[in-house]
Ligand binder design. Structure first.
Ligand SMILES: Nc1ncnc2c1ncn2[C@@H]1O[C@H](COP(=O)(O)OP(=O)(O)OP(=O)(O)O)[C@@H](O)[C@H]1O
Ligand SMILES: [Mg+2]
Length: 394
């Protein structure tokens, strides 16, 4: 189930603006295992797109394909109009990337780490110095700029990771699980930072997370990903009102003719037998109201049933499903769905300059850096293009 965007404007975004991230039928297999299955989505400038899914859903694999760090089995990607497999260096020039484990030289200060990244990215020194101070200010680390990174908390490291990813003044920001293992306050701070940067710089942001609840506040759109498949896509509001919802929960309060509250017992007795009603219970949050669970769109029926009993509805509100419930429901539905037969194997053939092959499933060497703790990814290229900020695979 994929929600299609309306023709030109969706959720306030102008879909006439060219996307800067495009995934078209991206598929990645590791042997018999399908890590990413026929994935398509787009992200436009200024937009924050959340790629959401439980562990193993294929989020990191998708990110690596967008960066040209692992080759799709089929399908294609375009990032700033460039095929990441054909020209990963060009993609790197425009994309700030924060991997799931941000690595820094612990023995160097925040400023020195950023200066190192600036050199790798060939940012001229004349520009770098001011930019580093500016970024450290933006991420709230300017006061600890000379402090060694090994004294930093997890949240501080994450914020330094954002600064690091922004050093090359990118037009696209890709953040893999940026909020993982931050405390609630750290999450709010980091997300506010990302949101502000996306708005101010009109950067397209792709962030992955396994917590819809956590990141939805800043995501203009989300894609829910399960076992490699995109099972839902749209604004959070779209997802909440999406048609496959199986039941509504409606808050109901009513008055009798004399204007006095009808009382929970009377409302309950009136609504219990109404068409489509599954259950009626007192609303624990409001003493004069009940919560009615029933078929989608049941509010209209409830209104009629109250009127027929001579009651006037004074409160009738269909509750928005909690995000964690939406997420759980969509994932559950996907898990129950019949397994799709595997599609015939197609191999991508690439040749000519810039062609890069990877060996699926075979761990490749990763260039180690003293004190930099980045999670090694098996599929990384080993041809370091001189741009490996914050554990950026190179
Ligand atoms: N190099 C690899 N070789 C074989 N299988 C792999 C490789 N990389 C990923 N996979 C498999 O592909 C699937 C998707 O993994 P991926 O890391 O993309 O998931 P994820 O959504 O990022 O998960 P997490 O939330 O744990 O980070 C998993 O089943 C994983 O085991
Ligand atoms: Mg991951």
């Amino acid at each position: 189930m994929v929600l299609q965007p309306s023709p030109r404007v969706e959720g306030g975004r102008d879909v006439a603006i060219e996307p800067v991230i495009e995934a078209r039928n991206l598929t990645k297999r590791y042997g018999a295992r399908v890590a990413v299955d026929d994935l398509s989505f787009e992200v436009r400038p200024g937009e924050v797109f959340g790629l959401l899914g439980p562990n193993g859903a294929g989020k990191t694999t998708t990110v690596l394909m967008l960066l040209g760090l692992t080759e799709p089995t089929s399908g294609e990607a375009r990032v700033v109009g460039v095929d990441p497999m054909r020209d990963p260096l060009e993609v790197k020039r425009h994309v700030g990337y924060m991997p799931d484990t941000v690595g820094f030289y612990d023995g160097l200060s925040a400023r020195e780490n950023l200066a190192y990244t600036a050199r790798l990215n060939r940012v001229p020194r004349s520009i770098a110095t001011a930019r580093i101070t500016d970024l450290l200010t933006q991420v709230g680390l300017v006061d600890v700029a000379e402090q060694k990174v090994d004294t930093f908390s997890r949240g501080m490291r994450q914020r330094l990771g954002v600064a690091d990813a922004l050093l090359k003044d990118p037009s696209v920001l890709i953040l893999d699980e940026p909020t993982a293992s931050l405390d609630p306050e750290g999450v709010v701070d980091l997300l506010a930072l990302i949101e502000r940067i996306a708005q101010e710089r009109r950067i397209a942001v792709l962030l992955s997370s396994h917590l819809l609840d956590q990141v939805q506040a800043i995501c203009h759109r989300v894609g829910i990903f399960y076992k490699g498949r995109l099972i839902a896509e749209g604004s959070v509001r779209d997802l909440a009102t999406e048609a496959s919802r199986t039941e509504d929960v409606v808050e109901v309060g009513a008055q009798a003719h004399d204007g006095r509250p009808a009382g929970v017992e009377v409302i309950t007795a009136t609504l219990r037998g109404a068409p489509g009603v599954a259950s009626v219970a007192p609303d624990p949050d409001a003493p004069d109201r009940v919560l009615v669970t029933g078929a989608p769109g049941i509010a209209g029926e409830l209104s009629s049933a109250l009127a027929a009993a001579g009651l006037r509805p004074i409160h009738l509100r269909t509750r928005e499903e909690r995000l964690d419930a939406i997420y759980a429901r969509l994932v559950h539905a996907a898990a129950e769905a019949p397994v799709r037969p595997p599609r015939p194997k197609r191999s991508t053939t690439r040749s000519g300059p810039g062609a890069r092959g990877t060996t699926p499933g075979r761990p490749g060497p990763r260039r180690a850096r003293p004190g930099r703790a980045g999670r090694p990814r098996p599929d990384n290229h080993d041809d370091d293009p001189g741009d490996t900020a914050a554990g950026e695979p190179g």
